[in-house]
Design a binder for this molecule. Sequence first.
Ligand SMILES: *Cc1c(COP(=O)(O)O)cnc(C)c1O
Length: 505
Amino acid sequence: MDDSKKETYSDRFAPLEMNTDAFRELGHELVDRVADFLAALPERPVTTGESPSKIRSLLGESPLPQQGTDAKTLLKETANLLFDHSLFNGHPKFWGYITSSAAPIGILGDFLAATINPNVGAWNLSPVASEIERQTIKWIAEMVGYPVDCGGLLVSGGNMANFVGFLAGRYAKAGWDVRAIGQSSPEAKRLRVYASAETHTWINKAADMFGLGTDSIRWIQTDADLRMETDLLKAQIDNDLKSGDKPFLVVGTAGSVSTGVTDPLVEIAKICREYDLWFHADGAYGALAACLPDAESDLKALSEADSVALDPHKWLYAPLEAGCTLVRDSKILRDTFSYQPPYYKFDEVGGEPTIVYNEYGPQNSRGFRALKVWLALKHVGRSGYERMISDDIKLAERLYQLADQHPELQAFSHHLSITTFRYVPEALKQTHEERETYLNQLNTEILTRLQEGGEAFVSNAMIAGKYVLRACIVNFRTNLRDIEALPEIIVRIGRIVHAELQPNH
Ligand SMILES: *Cc1c(COP(=O)(O)O)cnc(C)c1O
């Protein structure tokens, strides 16, 4: 046959295919560039602070290309684009929100995971990968002091991990077949969820998405330390029972997103037992600190929860995304999500039962998230994690002391690895009402300039109406010098902004 008549699929070399030598060369080049990038990271700004329109203009507005581009050029240009125009949460001076540096072994792990590309929705599609996920879950449970025979799985992050716990609780405690009947039948009472006012917004999304409505949430007030007031919790449950509602879930936070404080989990566990409610611990940030021998008893009490959410992409330093849910009774977890349709036959291999992860959570096809987490756990072990988490906490404590001692800074709080503080010009040290409005304005502007300037990166919290700066150290690259530099950076920006704002004050 004449070559021009040959179908493109007869001796197929598809456009996306890459020959071995080319793959090897491009891969080596990229790894070299990544290694150089990581080495130079401390010398770079945290971010370039470029505007959205500037960033968009880098990509241009051309339509979808009709023809392809040479892979070598493409990878080189794309690496430049990302290295030169990103915000680097792997930078030693990145302390915003709760976002960790990504462990190098996790970077390599994601590469390896994508190579095998197992579908961890079912064991027979991912034999080793499913077992690696199972072992990862067990090790994480062991690390935080949770029963190792629990159920659990990896999901995309803290929100999803909390949703899984929420749904398991609803299934277990609604008191009717909520999976079939839903919430609109005559049998269905008004479900009630209890959470402190400091709870992360996942609870709003959960109540909304799963059909309860956000009005079903009972927001329990917090004390001066922003911990849930358990007397008020009990009183609210009693009230709701009296009105014929159906309380089913109490959320206790282990390491709040604003200040890192942990709710009184010992007491919450007791109340949940007394009223037969599901106790869900949101430990997305703080749960992993329960591995420390000196962890406070309320943090350790997450071991009593019916379900726990925690984020390997926070304090296990896994590259995004990796969240994790642990559920004490693995049967409940499975019964919350499982369907066994006729087009799947996954339950056993060679006469042995298998773990079929699509039956344990909302996802069907699932990526190999576990590998990057498992590799890091094996790479540094429990002792490595204890040291990194404890160092993060000590650095946050040091920052609190530095802020407290500085004549132009006011320290607010230090819990786990979160420290809050604000800039207060010396002339405004005396308390009076209207200065608070000004200090909020001043610190808001300081944060904007800091975040755009790229010298260091923190975020903010509101504490009793006061706008404060907030550093959260989940960063194994941060050292003492990085922390010691922050007060002077803030004060330098603070003086400039204060001088600018004063004329109109
Ligand atoms: C980070 C966090 C979440 C949300 O987790 P994502 O991984 O961002 O989805 C929920 N709750 C708490 C306490 C958190 O710290």
